[in-house]
Design a protein around this ligand. Structure first.
Ligand code: MN
Ligand code: MN
Length: 336
């Protein structure tokens, strides 16, 4: 079972200049062969299918626990994509809704992934950077522990490769912050699987780091996470279970020589931003304020407080900025 927290793994920058083409590239990190859906579902199926787990407990705990962290990475990549798409069509915060007869989506025709707008509400899809759907064929779960762990090391290596290339391709601040964080966390998983293979077989995988051969601390967006010690920590994503992680996850970080540590709780995370409605794609509606009025009535009828109870990061300034960008873009178009 999974317990869900309404928080995301790290703070991403607020929406700024929208970047639909960049958002399409970032999809590779979500639904590509080496994306977060693949890491999440590879480790998830391997943990479901783990036979003789009690006798192999430290290894089972490792795979099951990293699977849980990957769920949060899927969420984080989706959030970065949604941030980059915010404001790509005109928004209507605090103003009358956009006019569907004035072609509000004309600006994004031929830019990025059309399905972000046509199939989705300017939001992430379970697809790669070419718009191909994520496939269950990306899941490898042979049941052979050495083989699965070797595959997982390779998967994290491919994931690191893709993150570095997306970093090289996309300059949007949300994409940069995302890749900086995921490079550090994926690096920890790469080490964790290498340590597991070493403990099980005696092979010396330390010599393979870093793969690809770029030092993690060379990427500026990795530095705050390295300074916090996140390049050394494996978090335990459970209140009481998965106690045997330290039996495998120990020794030096092969890049820095510092000691690896198991952190006995999940990372704190941050409240997600409430990304503004995008009425041109009817998300959450052509007239979002009506839904808001209905929700307020329902909340009061249920005896809940008048104001929403969930916690979101403050977005007032960012909403204003993205609204202004979209407004100036639509004004520029109407002058043509
Ligand atoms: Mn990940
Ligand atoms: Mn990973």
């Amino acid at each position: 079972m999974i317990l869900r927290y309404d928080r995301i793994a790290m703070e991403l920058p607020p929406p700024s200049e929208p970047d639909p083409a960049g958002a399409a590239a970032v999809q590779e990190l979500l639904g590509g062969r080496f994306g977060e859906m693949s890491t999440f579902l590879n480790y998830t199926f391997q943990s479901f299918n783990f036979r003789g787990r009690q006798g192999a407990r430290p290894f089972y705990d490792l795979v099951a626990n990293i699977a849980a962290e990957e769920f949060g990475h899927v969420e984080l990549v989706a959030t970065a994509i949604n941030t980059m798409l915010t404001g790509a069509s005109p928004t209507a915060n605090g103003r009358p809704s956009v006019d569907a007869t004035k072609s509000p989506l004309a600006d994004v025709k031929g830019v990025g992934n059309p399905q972000h707008f046509l199939a989705g509400g300017q939001a992430a899809l379970p697809q790669d950077s070419n718009g191909r759907p994520w496939s269950g064929d990306y899941v490898f779960s042979s049941g052979d522990l050495v083989e699965d762990l070797t595959h997982n090391f390779f998967l994290e290596t491919g994931a690191r490769n893709n993150k570095l290339k997306v970093y090289e391709m996309v300059e949007h601040p949300a994409a940069r912050a995302l890749t900086g964080y995921l490079l550090v966390r994926g690096g920890v998983h790469q080490i964790a699987y290498a340590r597991a293979i070493e403990k099980l077989t005696g092979a010396d995988l330390k010599k393979m780091f870093p793969t690809p051969r770029i030092a993690t601390d060379k990427i500026p967006e990795c530095k705050p996470h390295i300074e916090r010690g996140d390049h050394l920590r494996l978090y335990r994503f459970s209140l009481e279970d998965f106690q045997e992680l330290p039996a495998v996850f120990n020794g030096p970080n092969p890049e820095t020589g510092e000691d690896l540590v198991v952190f006995e709780q999940a990372p704190e995370g941050v409240p997600p931003r409430d990304l503004p409605p995008q009425p041109a794609v009817f998300a959450p509606d052509y007239a979002p304020e009506e839904i808001s009025e209905i929700a307020t009535k329902l909340r009061q009828q249920a005896g809940l407080p008048k104001e929403p109870t969930g916690l979101v990061a403050d977005l007032k300034e960012a909403t204003k900025r993205s609204t202004k960008t979209a407004t100036s873009r639509s004004k520029a178009r109407s002058r043509k």
